[in-house]
Design a protein around this ligand. Structure first.
Ligand SMILES: [Zn+2]
Length: 137
């Protein structure tokens, strides 16, 4: 089963899309979600592999290359539109495909979770879960 985004997940993701430098406390203030919950939901979004990284957005119009400003507005606009289109899909109820952390297959049935502190792994079946535990303990 896919992981279903909640209103909290959407609020956190949208906050970070606007500015990935925000602290959990800042997101908490903006959304009304408690800081520990923001942290827990963020960790889970990372653990399921949906938030792959927080990376800077660069202003390529300011890049000088071979003594010229890189200024391909068509390319920049296309990239921006694509990003906007994808960001519009992030809403409550959006499903995130989970992959088994042991066999790498898609998780279609019940998700078997292995949790240790903020560390979580997801498995397609109890066998994969116990094989993972035996391999990595
Ligand atoms: Zn598996």
């Amino acid at each position: 089963m896919p992981f279903i985004l909640t209103n909290s997940d959407v609020a956190i993701v949208q906050g970070l899309l606007k500015d990935g430098r925000k602290s959990f406390r800042q997101i908490s203030r903006e959304t009304g979600i408690s800081t520990p919950t923001v942290k827990a939901r963020f960790d889970r979004l990372v653990n399921i592999g949906f938030i792959k990284s927080i990376s800077p957005i660069l202003d390529f119009k300011k890049v000088v290359y071979n003594d010229n400003l890189v200024n391909d507005n068509t390319l920049l606009q296309a990239t921006k539109n694509k990003r906007q289109e994808l960001e519009n899909c992030i809403k409550k109820g959006t499903g995130i495909q989970l992959k088994c952390d042991f066999c790498r297959g898609p998780i279609s049935g019940k998700t078997h979770v292995f949790k240790f502190a903020t560390f979580e792994r997801f498995f397609c079946c109890t066998e994969c879960r116990s094989d993972y535990e035996n391999t990595y303990k």
